[in-house]
Design a protein around this ligand. Structure first.
Ligand code: MRU
Length: 360
């Protein structure tokens, strides 16, 4: 399935083979490998192992997981929802998509369940594309305003991003990077500073790959460089995605986001978060107290994956064996450090009142 960027969507349904196809993101940037998901088990493994990742994409993939489960056995709706809900804890889009599946399927007759589940997954896939494109348009208007102020004194607009909130984190377009793509298409000369995003390096391996595919000028930096770049006047704005945002505007995103927001605040640099409304968890207020933060395997910190000189993928150790590790996947940026939330409906301040208004 062709994406807006001319490559593949991150996920699509192949009618002929009745399978779900994904870009296997564990193989990027060295290889563009397409994997097939044929069962609920395949989908759970793909989400857990991060062959698919990024909050919106996890949600749509889970909806297809429900279809694949019901295709085998129409009695497993609730247990399939439970298995998928347990795959990753932080991104709320997973639970949002599963709730949509529950609401849409709970009262459907058994013989129609699989067909309806497939239709629903396809609707979520299409919605995700449209929502992300709209986020891009909303955000491009913000960048246009900033560029109008800056263009007299500089030749490009410098954006710093963390992790991958791009087309690969959604079905297509992305959230933060949708803004970049729409702004670039509108003629704003852009340059993106890409945080490498240890431990899994989604910035280095995924964001650099997709910006390169779309011809967007970018520079990879180590995670600790952002503060210095901001002090040097080399960052005009920060632009990130979110895995869960609370009803008062606390933003949970890939670990390290908070430090960038602190540095941006200290340097008077705007800090924008681009997200679909489905990423807002209206049930919770305090991001620090209430969002479950994923802790992942120590191996991700103790080792690095790369390609050796002969082009063979290798995992190498970078710390003494048996070193104690904490591998916290996400952190919470308090609402006071967020300049605005860029959603598909509008750009709003990170306040309870403005966020509640998104539901009107
Ligand atoms: O652990 P990941 O790679 O799933 O984390 C992804 C992020 O933190 C993204 O910034 C977030 O999901 C927003 S994606 C549009």
């Amino acid at each position: 399935m062709t994406s807006a960027g001319g490559g593949h969507q991150s996920l699509w349904y192949d009618t002929e083979s009745d399978t779900v196809r994904i870009i296997d993101q564990t193989r990027l940037p060295h290889e563009l490998a397409i994997a097939s998901l044929n069962s609920l088990q395949d989908v759970c493994v793909a989400i857990e192992s991060m062959q698919v990742r990024g909050a919106p994409l996890i949600g749509v993939t889970a909806a297809y997981g429900i279809y694949l489960a019901l295709r085998e056995d129409s009695s497993v709706l609730e247990s399939a929802i439970q298995s998928l809900a347990a795959t990753r804890p932080t991104a709320i889009n997973l639970h949002w998509a599963l709730q949509r599946c529950h609401n849409g399927l709970a009262s459907v007759a058994p013989e129609e369940l699989a067909g309806r589940a497939l239709e629903l997954a396809q609707i979520l896939e299409k919605e995700d594309i449209a929502v992300c494109e709209a986020i891009g348009e909303q955000g491009a208007a913000v960048l246009q305003e900033i560029w109008q102020r800056k263009s007299a004194t500089q030749s490009q607009l410098n954006i710093l991003t963390h992790c991958n909130a791009g087309a690969l984190a959604t079905v297509d377009w992305g959230t933060a990077l949708a803004v970049v793509y729409k702004a670039a298409a509108a003629g704003i000369p852009l340059h993106v500073w890409v945080d490498e995003t240890r431990p899994r390096n989604q910035g280095a391996s995924l964001t650099c790959w997709e910006l390169g595919q779309r011809g967007i000028p970018h520079t990879l930096v180590v995670d600790n460089a952002g503060g210095h770049l901001m002090q040097q006047g080399k960052v005009d704005l920060c632009l990130v995605g979110s895995d869960r945002t609370t009803r008062r505007g606390d933003v949970c995103n890939k670990v390290g986001t908070y430090l960038k927001a602190l540095a941006a605040n200290d340097n008077g640099i705007p800090f924008y978060v681009a997200l679909p409304i489905s990423t807002i968890d209206f049930a919770i207020e305090d991001g620090h107290e209430e969002i479950p933060i994923e802790e992942r395997d120590a191996e991700e910190v103790l080792t690095l994956m790369g390609k050796d000189e002969s082009g063979v993928p290798q995992r190498v150790a970078i710390a003494p064996e048996n070193t104690a590790v904490s591998n916290i996947g996400f952190d919470v940026t308090p609402a006071r450090l967020v300049t605005a939330l860029i959603t598909e409906r509008s750009v709003v301040p990170a306040t309870a009142e403005a966020i509640a208004g998104l539901l009107d």
